[in-house]
Design a protein around this ligand. Sequence first.
Ligand SMILES: [Zn+2]
Length: 768
Amino acid sequence: MHWSLNLHGVALSDEIFLKDVFSLQIRLFVSWETNSLVVKISQKDNTVDSYKRACNIFSSEYVPLHIWDFSGQTTQIFMNDSINLPNDIPGQLNKEILLELRLHGFSDYMKGRDWRSDEVADKHPSMDSSTYGGSMKMNGSTDYVNPYLTPTNSLQSGTIYRGAGSLGLIGLENLGNTCFMNSAIQCLVHTPELVDYFLGDYRKDINYSNPLGMKGELALAFGELLRKLWAPGAKPVAPRMFKLKLASFAPQFSGYNQHDSQELLAFLLDGLHEDLNRVKCKPYIEAQDVEGRPDEEVAEEYWQNHLARNDSIIVDVCQGQYRSKLVCPVCSKVSVTFDPFMYLSLPLPSTTMRTMTLTVLSTDGTALPCTFTVTVPKSGRLLDLTNALSAACSLRDDETLMLAEVYKCRIFRLLEYPFDSLDLIRDGDRLIAYQLPKGCETSLLVTFIHQQMDMCHNNGEMRLVPQVFGIPLVATLPDVCNGSDIRNAFLKVLNPYLMSPGDVLNIFYDDFANEDSNAATTTATTIMDNDADSDRESRDEANSDTDFQFYLPDAKEAIKNTLIEMNEPIVVSGLPKRLEVLVLWSDNMTKKYDTCLLNTLPEVFKPQFFVRKPEESVSLYKCLKAFMKEEPLGPEDMWYCPICKKPQQASKKLDLWRLPEILVIHLKRFSYSNLFKNKLETFVDFPIYGLDFSPYISHRNSQLSCQYMLYAISNHYGGMGGGHYTAFVHLGNGLWYEFDDEKVLPVGQERIRTSAAYVLFYRRVPDI
Ligand SMILES: [Zn+2]
């Protein structure tokens, strides 16, 4: 194995080692990229003296130094040809190992390789973990996890180390609705580049004079928090100071309301950038004319101008650049700008479609209610819904659908206008599509509302009161009819709900045995038979309390409804000819018919959390395409065209130009249209490894890879306002952990891709 580390480290004197300083970490900088090596000094509590000494070392200016390991084993790792041992350190000490080496740099991520134990064991039998961990003692503590330092071949730039252990597994206390903050923090503090940075001497970058920042307070609070979360063996941390500083930077986060983890991330990254901006005096840069120059040149100029004013770890790690192209629809003037970004907000293309569930009811008594779910354009019209539904329920050519919203067992409104927007239908609505014969516009449309007597509190006493139940049934009748026509029509549409004779006979074997068997074997047509009218009239009178009674509702007072007499004509005046009829069910009738079937009516769309539906799945690449799709600006977002000299509804196209090391991807699950905040539960199919941006980047401006690997997810569970945030974080070797406020638990990699994924954190890996 070839060791080619070029270290800028810290020399430690033997005195410090012998006295020891347990809770201090000494940082070694590895020259390539931003990996870091952390050396912990073990044994006994720190004395004030050694603590001070270590502080001196920490605060010393970085000069190239060397690491010295008393075991003699680590040394061989770091000793390359240029290492000279300081004279005052003896070359050999006793075998007690005083050093723990731990890498915070997650190098395997960086290089896109996971270290495998067998590899090391084979090649370096002397360097397995027991060699190090076994002989290391820290305060005699048993909860201490064996540390080890493991080398593995790198692809190009030397040697990769990775550490394993339980560092970085500390939860955050919930201070009251602060899970949104905890989730975002855990994702950030597990971003290797930021870990390296904030465990190091980040204070030297603090910009105390930047009016856009917090004079370093936010960065310091974040740095302190990160260090606490990476300290060994600590208990859950209450991020109070951090929250306080954050709230003074972004006052909307004061108080204890639930917020959006993405919104917090955006503010936090921005605040950290301002606090850590190494540019103390921003140069004024005059915009150059971009007309006629190649995009590559302009993009580079924009980027250099940006860097001249913005130089921080956040820029180094999180910022990319995209091209934004506006085209005037009138004069075709093209405007191109190249803007930096800290994260990508991707739309979920399924927002363009919507699934709707409706119940189709026959009006001729031939079928039971049937529920259909159809997918329609979200911005579609009622016509789109009826067309989709007609196909789904195999509507015949001589039939048509009448859509109605049902509320409290009544038809609340009819959806009659084909060009009405589907926005008028909310997910929580309950819709019925009545199957009607075509050309029934001139017929009388009768809606039957079911009622049954129920014991109710009424003015302090219990009494029987008619209560509505079930879904309204609809029938069409000739416009001249009488009470028995109404009754017959009702019996006809109710026919499918009739229970089998056997069921009913068990309940009534006396009075109704005859009628039951009769009704059960009677087809709808024979019920309609007019010859039976006289028979039925007499029976109605005889059994008025055991049969159905029909009423015309009184608009003002529902109790004084008008009983429909069987032989009296019913006059409906005006158009459209509609009639609402209340049907009072006797107890016997509720047993004769299956009222359960009448009592089920699903909502248009019921979000099911944690349930992954295939039709609601969309790939992350599709979201990327939707992000880059050319779209007209909204009317509230017009562009001032310099040629037309007025605001125009330009078309806008975004393209990725320069990708950052850390790519934060925000999935736009929340929408705020129509005064309502909506959440999409769409499952986004995102890769854990090998997210490849090469087809989506317009310009390869460097040799840098376009391959990315997932390392953290901010999850949101539940609905609007409330809900709960957690984070999934990768700690190397395919090991994922769930950070749920103070709880930290391992989670299988196969379980991390859910429809709760809200913000995805990817990092660049080398091309394979
Ligand atoms: Zn124009």
